[in-house]
Design a protein around this ligand. Structure first.
Ligand SMILES: C[S@@+](CC[C@H](N)C(=O)[O-])C[C@H]1O[C@@H](n2cnc3c(N)ncnc32)[C@H](O)[C@@H]1O
Length: 272
């Protein structure tokens, strides 16, 4: 017990623990949709009152979102062997350990307080896996990317916390800087973002994540094309099939009532 790492994060960095807790909760199930032993290890290694997040009722949904990102990364690794994945705001994601093909290069860009935790729990293993402490909004991380074998930028669970002009200039700068590359993001619909800003997304007394500022309704992903003439395409990715009601997850974009609740995951491709 005493050698567990005490983690004290607040604000947006604390949300990474929500994600980790939900991944681990799903991975612990015998019928899990996500295999993530490293997430289980991390939850054991961390001294944090995870019960603060309540019952992990959204664990399967969260795991499907994660799997959708994993699939995109695997497609990239197949198309660009030895390419670089840049994970902006990676938190304590354990994706590298789920998808590593022995060749991919991985660069994590995270805020210094999160990097301090990450370095204790998931030390770098250069040259294939490296971490930079700094904001994704300070575009100097782009100088550190070896783009020779292809680049995929992943921003899982990050962009909704940024301001709309920050998101726009980040995506546009990536499109300028990484011709032929791609970026994946997830977003939240406008009505959920408004509720989060009003502070009524979760009941009184329950954990409430910081407000979401950038949002995108279903079907609005094509607006991203306006961010830069260097953006060649956008694709709304299908969620993988889950169990129970979530066997219907891949069809959620076509189901009228469910569609408006859906949190889109979008792949943006940059002109070569
Ligand atoms: C919801 S968590 C997502 C963590 C991880 N990507 C996942 O899906 O489990 C948001 C993460 O964004 C990081 N973050 C917030 N603002 C950032 C910024 N400006 N630059 C880099 N990382 C940032 C936080 O430290 C936190 O780890």
């Amino acid at each position: 017990m005493t050698d567990r790492l005490k983690v004290e994060l607040t604000g947006v960095p604390e949300t990474l623990l929500w994600n980790l807790y939900h991944r681990a909760a799903e991975a612990r199930r015998p019928d899990a949709v996500l295999d993530d032993p490293k997430a289980l290890e991390l939850v054991e290694a961390i001294d944090f009152p995870f019960e603060r997040f309540g019952e992990p009722k959204m664990a399967q949904w969260h795991a499907l979102r994660v799997l959708c990102f994993d699939r995109a990364v695997r497609r990239f690794m197949t198309a660009y062997p030895g390419g670089t994945v840049v994970a902006l705001g990676e938190g304590l994601e354990t994706q590298f350990w789920r998808v590593d093909d022995g060749r991919v290069r991985w660069l994590t860009v995270e805020l210094p307080e999160t990097v301090a935790v990450r370095r204790r729990l998931l030390p770098d293993d250069p040259p294939r896996r490296r971490t930079l402490a700094g904001s994704a909004l300070d575009h100097s991380w782009m100088d550190e990317v070896d783009a020779g074998e292809g680049v995929l930028i992943s921003t899982q669970g990050l962009l909704m916390y940024l301001q709309p002009d920050e998101v726009r200039s980040l995506i546009a700068a990536c499109a300028e800087r990484f011709p032929g590359g791609a970026l994946i993001f997830d977003s939240v619909p406008h009505f959920l973002a408004e509720r989060s800003r009003r502070g009524d997304l979760a009941p009184e007394g329950a954990y409430r994540a910081p407000a979401w500022h950038w949002s995108l309704d279903p079907g609005e992903h094509r607006k991203i094309l306006e961010y830069s003439p260097r953006i060649a395409g956008v694709r709304d990715l299908r969620y993988p099939r889950g169990r129970g009601l979530l066997t219907l997850a891949p069809l959620a974009g076509h189901m009228p009532l469910v569609r408006k609740l859906r949190m889109p995951i979008v792949e943006v491709s940059f002109a070569a």
